[in-house]
Design a protein around this ligand. Structure first.
Ligand code: STX
Length: 320
């Protein structure tokens, strides 16, 4: 039954503050910010944020029963409170996987649940494939495997057919002779020496993603693109990962899916997800016959949509 009356507050747990937070040195260059909330003796869960470059958010804590879970979040390299800000050197998928392991070891945690949506689902899957003994379960949303077809769909020609209005601003930021490869054109600008060029490109790149993340676009979400501290890290890091094909071979996740067949896997996917269309969730589910796929009929991409949030909480509750 379609539920149009519930709000996010009805389905999430109350907001909480971390009981501990800190910084972990992961290389000579990079330090990553982490926080722990909920029950220090609870079931450990690592929350992997999206983008890449999106940073952790306080609201992510609310997807877990704070009495039952030890909720661990961190900001991936170059974003959120991690330093140096928006840095692309030594910023890649393999480094992020190592950082997650370094966090786990530094906290003395043997095994944990791995929770992530969008790019967070990508990194969760790659992490579990590298360290299959460490994941108690995978709790995934808005599946993104970052194949050429997925990037082409969102950044070049696909989502543009559904959101031609929002796409126009994203495309028209780039001169016509460069519009044939928008990721490349944005990469040039996002890595420009000129801070104004970087910022202007970051704003348009981020607006495009924020405008398309929800079934019912809302203006408060679009404002994220106006926050240039957020947008510059988000756009630079995303574009850097995507122009480098996330530093993995094409279809790496599906090609190595046998390594994670034993891990209980729950997938929540919005039917009308335009950023990470449902085909990827479907293909992952088919490749992992033991996985559970929930196709949410009235949602897009964002975990801030009520019907997505409700399903995610049902999953985390089921492991208490
Ligand atoms: N990027 C999808 C992604 O991971 C292609 C993503 N989209 N929005 C986000 O992440 C935030 C919620 C972190 C802004």
């Amino acid at each position: 039954m379609l539920d149009v009356t519930s709000t996010l507050a009805d389905v999430l747990y109350p907001s909480i503050e971390p009981y501990e937070s800190g910084m972990l040195n992961v290389s000579e260059l990079h330090t990553i910010a982490w926080e722990k909330s909920g029950n220090p003796n609870g079931i450990p869960v690592i929350v992997i944020h999206g983008g890449p470059g999106g940073g952790g958010q306080p609201s992510y804590r609310q997807y877990f029963d704070a009495n039952a879970y030890n909720i661990i979040q961190f900001d991936q390299r170059g974003c959120g409170k991690s330093t140096p800000y928006a840095e692309l050197t030594e910023n890649n998928t393999q480094a992020s996987v190592r950082d997650i392991e370094q966090l786990r070891e530094s906290f003395g945690i043997e095994r944990w649940h791995v929770f992530g949506g969008s790019w967070g689902s990508t990194l969760a899957l790659v992490y579990a494939q590298e360290h299959p003994g460490r994941a108690l379960s995978l709790m995934l949303r808005g599946i993104f495997m970052c194949r050429k077809s997925e990037l082409q769909w969102f950044y070049q020609d696909g989502a543009s057919h559904i959101f031609p209005d929002a796409f126009e601003a994203y495309r028209e930021h780039i001169p016509q002779q460069e519009q044939g490869d928008l990721v490349k054109a944005y990469h040039t600008r996002l890595t420009s020496e000129d801070v104004n060029i970087r910022r202007a490109a970051a704003k348009e790149w981020t607006r495009w993603e924020m405008a398309t993340s929800r079934l019912f676009p809302d203006d408060s979400y679009l404002e994220k693109a106006e926050d240039l501290d957020f947008a510059v890290a988000f756009a630079r890091i995303e574009c850097h990962y995507f122009i480098n094909a996330i530093f993995l071979e094409e279809a790496h996740i599906l090609n190595h899916v046998e390594t994670i067949q034993h891990i209980p896997t729950n997938i929540v996917q919005g039917r009308y997800d335009v950023v990470c269309p449902a085909r990827s969730a479907w293909e992952l589910h088919k490749a992992m016959p033991n996985s559970n796929l929930i196709l949410v009929p009235d949602a897009g991409h964002s975990m801030g949509e009520v019907s997505i949030a409700r399903e995610l909480v049902a999953i985390t509750d089921s492991f208490r």
